[in-house]
Every structure is written in C-alpha cells, then in structure tokens.
Design a protein around this ligand. Structure first.
Ligand code: PEP
Ligand code: MN
Length: 219
C-alpha cells in the first residue's frame, strides 16, 4: 500500500509487483502467490493504478489473467513456448522481458508466439543481458531500443533496475532510455529496501522515487 501510494503520488502510471517469483535459487523468497496477487489488486484499486505481475506457468495463466491488468513474462521464461502460447490465448496485454542471453531476433520470435495466438497487445522490456562484465548485475543493451524500433511496431520499455542491480545506477540509465525514445521505464521501489525480501539493493526508496520522477520529468 505504501509503495502503491508513492507510485500514484509521484506520477507512476502502472503498479508492478511480483507475486510469483522466478528465483534463481530455490532457497530465495518465492513470492506470495495468489495471496500476494490479491494484495496487489487491492493496492491497484485503492490508488486507481492498473497492475502487472509475472505468470510462471501455463496452467496459472487463466487465474492470473482474471486478476491482473497486464501479464509479465520474465527473462527466465522468454523461451518457454507453452507459456508464451498460453498468454497469447489470454485477453490481457503482455510485457515480454528479454531473456538473459537472448538475441534480438530470438526475442522477437518469442513475441511472435504470443501474437500468433491472436493477442496483439505485446510490449517488450529490455532488462539487461549477460556479458563478461560482472560489475553490474547485467549489461543494459540500450542499442536494442532503436534497433527494435526499426524492426517492430511493438512498444519497447527499459528496466534499469534489473539491468544494473544497484540503486545509484538506475537514474542515469533511465535518463539514457528516455533520451533514446524508449516508450517507458520500469523501476523497482520499496519503502524499506534494506529489509526487502527481493532485490533491495536495486530498489529506490519512496523518497528516492519522488526525486527520480521529478528530475526525469516523467510525472
Ligand atoms: C522482475 O521483473 O521482477 C524479474 C524477475 O525480472 P527478470 O525476469 O528481468 O529477471
Ligand atoms: Mn525484481
């Protein structure tokens, strides 16, 4: 609720929360599942924000689609073809994140699986790729944005939080995304990042988000 309030107050347009979490380690927090989705929905309704959440398995698509405004396909599932087809049969817009090691062509072909089922409401999210560089969590491939704009009509947004993995890098990368004409930016925020169960180091505080929106002129 605190995060949702900040999103609304500082000019965010969509509220994202991961209630089903595809964690690399099975020992990491796995999300609150359908209980979490109910909480996310309440928060979205309370502040008049559409919500987006990740769906992990084809069987869950109908139930998750019934409760969320937008379905997220995460990086680790970009080539889960049965899942792509399942969200293609739903009537919800889909945010398709780039796979950790996916080429632009592979990513566009993944999008085609969704479109082929009749769902035309797909947008792409560049979230960084795996390279030899380890100083950042991933390497943000900003050149993907103008290349995709030449290749597809699908909107392209940028997620600097998962790309960088570090709070201080989120704003400069978001600025760069805005400068090259990305259709949107998605950032992670948390009321108390030090105690977040997932991705605290890359999450902006609520005050940090206020300044971020102000400086980027996104509000
Ligand atoms: C996320 O968006 O919360 C997430 C898990 O990101 P990615 O799939 O890009 O790693
Ligand atoms: Mn995350």
């Amino acid at each position: 609720m605190a995060a949702a309030r900040a999103v609304k107050e500082y000019g965010g347009r969509i509220l994202r929360g991961g209630t089903f979490k595809p964690r690399t380690s099975p020992y990491s927090f796995q999300g609150l599942g359908f209980d979490g989705l109910e909480m996310l929905r309440e928060a979205g309704e309370a502040f008049g924000l559409p919500i987006v959440t990740e769906v992990l398995s084809p069987e869950d698509v109908p139930a998750v689609a019934a409760k969320t405004d937008i379905l997220q396909i995460g990086a680790r599932n970009m080539q889960n073809f049965t899942l792509l087809s399942a969200v293609g049969r739903s009537h919800r817009p889909v945010m398709l994140k780039r796979g950790l090691s996916a080429s632009l062509d592979e990513w566009l072909q993944a999008a085609e699986y969704i479109l082929a089922e009749g769902n035309q409401q797909v947008f792409l999210c560049e979230r960084g790729i795996r390279t030899f560089e380890t100083r950042t969590r991933n390497t943000l491939d900003l050149s993907a944005v103008p290349v995709l704009m030449q290749r597809t009509h699908l909107p392209v947004i940028v997620d600097p939080s998962h790309a960088a993995g570090e709070r201080s890098l989120v704003e400069p990368l978001a600025r760069a995304a805005a400068a090259i004409g990305a259709h949107g930016v998605m950032v992670e925020i948390h009321p108390d990042p030090d105690n977040a169960l997932s991705d605290g180091p890359q999450s902006l505080t609520l005050e940090g988000f206020a300044g971020f929106m102000d400086r980027l002129g996104m509000a």
